[in-house]
Ligand binder design. Structure first.
Ligand SMILES: NC(=O)c1ccc[n+]([C@@H]2O[C@H](COP(=O)([O-])OP(=O)(O)OC[C@H]3O[C@@H](n4cnc5c(N)ncnc54)[C@H](OP(=O)(O)O)[C@@H]3O)[C@@H](O)[C@H]2O)c1
Length: 225
């Protein structure tokens, strides 16, 4: 990853931070985009852009333009921004379904479109984050799983559109071992979950030249569940 510039959406979140660390350790330059304001630790990093709502194309485009101007190139886009709400259909309203669609699927589409010209110039790669639930959803996961199923179809379709120019793949994690999940499921076997560093390694492989023949792949990363 030396000399590569990697853009991570949702970069201040649990997985985003782990992928950033792994990418830095591999010698990459890393830019972060997030809706959340930049936490203090990123205050002096010109490539850490907080307060950016990438459901809005103009905001995503401005962020990519700024990053490209500062770094000179964009080699990979890791679409990590997203979120989860557990709610049975009987208790959910349309606004919840709209929100899941916006933050999980529209963010990936919008950021990808905004970065396309830069990624084509570098023969780069996009790695999306789907979810195991997109293949087999559990109770209460309709809105989330449907939005993540959309991410899988976006991945396949965009991979076809960009064949030979930009590779597009997705990872499908089960449960990631994050502080939030430990708090929500205190009695679970944490050791069975996907460690953020394990998922980061797969995502960076898909983003790297080592995966130069891989596009349109939907890769389950399900830990030991
Ligand atoms: N955690 C799991 O077990 C699990 C399992 C399967 C898949 N995933 C997926 O993996 C990804 C990362 O999960 P995580 O646990 O690291 O989540 P996280 O800690 O909540 O991080 C997600 C980040 O995305 C940001 N974001 C949300 N909407 C955005 C928008 N419109 N524009 C810009 N940034 C936005 C969030 O900002 P705000 O906090 O300000 O909204 C947050 O900083 C998500 O796509 C998630 O669906 C997670």
């Amino acid at each position: 990853m030396r000399d590569k510039t990697i853009v991570i959406t949702g970069g201040f979140g649990a997985l985003g931070r782990a992928v950033r660390e792994a990418a830095l350790a591999q010698g990459a330059r890393v830019a972060l985009i997030d809706y959340a304001p930049a936490p203090g630790e990123f205050a002096n990093d010109p490539l850490a852009l907080g307060g950016v709502d990438i459901t809005k194309f103009d905001a995503a485009q401005a962020a990519m333009t700024n990053i490209h101007a500062a770094a000179g190139r964009i080699d990979a886009l890791l679409n990590i921004a997203g979120g989860f709400v557990w709610r049975p259909v009987a208790e959910a309203d349309g606004a919840l379904w709209d929100r899941m669609y916006e933050i999980n699927l529209k963010t990936a589409m919008t950021a990808s479109k905004a970065a396309l010209a830069y990624l084509e110039a570098s023969h780069g790669a996009i790695v999306n984050v789907g979810a195991g639930a997109a293949l087999k959803a559990g109770a209460g996961m309709g809105a989330y799983a449907a939005s993540k199923a959309g991410v899988l179809k976006l991945t396949e379709s965009l991979a076809e559109e960009l064949k030979g120019k930009v590779r597009v793949n997705a990872v499908l994690p089960s449960i990631i071992d994050t502080a939030a999940n430990r708090k929500d499921m205190p009695n679970a076997d944490f050791s069975a979950w996907v460690r953020p560093a394990e998922l980061a390694a797969v995502m960076l492989f898909l983003a790297s030249d080592a995966a130069s023949a891989v596009t349109g792949a939907l890769v389950p990363v399900s830990g030991r569940v």
